[in-house]
Design a protein around this ligand. Structure first.
Ligand SMILES: Nc1nc2c(ncn2[C@@H]2O[C@H](COP(=O)(O)OP(=O)(O)OP(=O)(O)O)[C@@H](O)[C@H]2O)c(=O)[nH]1
Ligand SMILES: [Mg+2]
Length: 191
């Protein structure tokens, strides 16, 4: 019998920063006509990393304030939480999101600036903003890209996974699921 590691990753961040676009890009799905997320959605696929197959489920949350009460229950058991922000916008509440994620102590926090195909604005401030979180026990993975660049999006998720797997104690306690089809997908809507 074969088994593979199961990892949950949550995408969070302000409304309209591109979380769904990032997820679609990761899944090789179209980026046109994406509508604002209502509630929670997830996609999953198996990724080969450090010579093993990892079953990664990526949960896409709604940035709209009215869905904020839902977030806690989805982030609670996520080993990776990725905060997406818009590189063209100075008011993406990065600190607010970092504080929020901190309460849940994920093993890896990803900070992903999106929309680099447009003019950047926030870049110079990022190091100052995230440096206090670098001193914490969780791993911080930071990058900037455009959701239009699917290889870069995939590299970012792999980087997060690699950091997670590198944490020995984390890998020891991760639950396993039975080997199934190479790609699985399920949707939920909590509106
Ligand atoms: N130029 C550009 N536009 C992008 C990029 N990523 C997303 N967008 C656009 O930004 C808008 C919002 O994208 P979404 O993926 O729906 O953003 P979201 O964070 O999921 O939004 P909510 O679900 O409402 O929280 C859409 O019009 C996208 O086409 C990018 O990398 N470059
Ligand atoms: Mg969305």
């Amino acid at each position: 019998m074969f088994g593979r590691r199961r990892v949950k990753c949550c995408l969070i961040g302000d409304y309209n920063v591109g979380k769904t676009s990032i997820l679609n890009s990761f899944m090789d799905k179209p980026l046109e006509n994406i509508t604002s997320t209502a509630g929670i959605d997830f996609e999953s696929k198996t990724i080969s990393i450090l010579s093993e197959d990892v079953y990664l489920s990526v949960w896409d949350t709604a940035g709209s304030e009215r869905f904020a009460p839902l977030l806690h229950s989805y982030i609670r058991d996520a080993e990776i939480v990725v905060i997406v922000y818009d590189t063209t916008c100075r008011t993406c509440n990065l600190v607010k999101w970092l504080r929020y994620v901190e309460q849940h102590s994920p093993k890896v926090i990803g900070i992903l600036g999106n929309k680099t195909d447009l003019t950047r604005d926030l870049r110079e401030d990022i190091d100052d903003i995230i440096s206090p979180w670098r001193r914490q026990s969780c791993k911080l993975v930071y990058d900037e890209l455009s959701s239009r660049n699917s290889p870069a999006v995939k590299r970012f998720f792999k980087m997060c996974l690699r950091e997670l797997l590198a944490k020995n104690e984390a890998t020891d306690t991760m639950p396993y699921i039975k080997f199934g089809s190479s790609q699985q997908k399920k949707r939920m809507c909590c509106t």
